[in-house]
Design a protein around this ligand. Structure first.
Ligand code: ATP
Ligand code: MTE
Length: 162
C-alpha cells in the first residue's frame, strides 16, 4: 500500500480565534502518523460553511485524505456535515454509521454527531466530532479501514474478500 498523504482541518470558532488550544487536530495527526500517513497540511477555521467548503475543495486537490474535527453537532453553528455533503461526489454512509454505533459504548450522545464521509475526486473526506475524546474514539474505530478505502477510491484492486 503506497503511503497516504493527509490534511487535518479543525473547524472551531473558539479554536480559530485562539480562545481554545486545539487538541483535536494534533490527536488526529498522531493517530494518522501511526498508520504511516504523511500529514501535509493542518489548519483551524471557524464554523463558516462556505469557508469549510473552499478548504475541503482545495485540500482534496492535494492529499489523499482530509479529516475534519468539530461542528458535527446540533448547535446553530455546527455545519460541517452540511458543508461536506455539498462537496463530495459519493457519500460513504458506513463510516459515519460505524462511528456512531461504536461510539454508543462510550456515550449515548454519540448518536448526536451528524458526521459524514465521502469521496471527492480520488480523495476521501471524513468528519469527526470536536472533542479530543470523541476524535480518539471515532478515529479508532475506522482507522484500519482508511488505507483500503483510499486504495479503492484510486482504482486499486486490493482484495475486499477478507
Ligand atoms: N479542536 C478541539 N480541541 C479540543 N477540544 C475541542 C475542540 N473542538 C471542540 N472541543 C470540545 O468539544 C466540545 C464540542 O465541540 P464543538 O465543535 O461543538 O465545539 P464548541 O465549543 O461548541 O464550538 P467551537 O469549538 O466551534 O467554538 C467543545 O465544547 C469543546 O469542549
Ligand atoms: N465516540 C464519541 N462520539 C461522540 C462524542 C464522544 O464523546 N465520543 N461526543 C458526542 C457529542 S456530546 C456531540 S455534541 C456530537 C457532536 O460533537 P461536535 O459538535 O463537537 O462535532 O458528537 C458526539 N459523538
Amino acid at each position: 500500500m503506497t503511503s497516504i498523504t493527509a490534511a487535518v482541518l479543525t473547524i472551531s470558532d473558539k479554536g480559530s480565534t485562539g480562545q481554545r488550544v486545539d487538541e483535536g487536530g494534533p490527536a488526529i495527526c498522531e493517530l494518522l502518523s501511526g498508520i504511516g500517513a504523511e500529514i501535509l497540511f493542518t489548519e483551524i477555521i471557524p464554523d463558516e460553511k462556505e469557508q469549510i467548503k473552499a478548504r475541503l475543495i482545495a485540500m482534496t486537490q492535494k492529499v489523499d485524505l482530509v479529516i475534519t474535527t468539530g461542528g458535527t453537532g446540533l448547535s446553530p453553528r455546527d455545519v460541517t456535515p452540511d458543508a461536506t455533503l455539498e462537496v463530495i461526489d459519493k457519500e460513504i454512509p458506513g463510516i459515519g454509521e460505524t462511528m456512531r454505533a461504536e461510539g454508543l459504548r462510550a456515550t449515548r450522545r454519540s448518536m448526536l454527531s451528524r458526521a459524514v464521509a465521502g469521496t471527492r475526486g480520488s480523495s476521501l473526506i471524513v468528519n469527526l466530532p470536536g472533542s479530543v475524546k470523541a476524535v480518539r474514539e471515532n478515529l479508532a474505530v475506522i482507522l484500519d479501514v482508511l488505507p483500503h478505502a483510499i486504495e479503492k477510491i484510486k482504482g486499486g484492486t486490493s482484495d475486499c474478500g477478507r
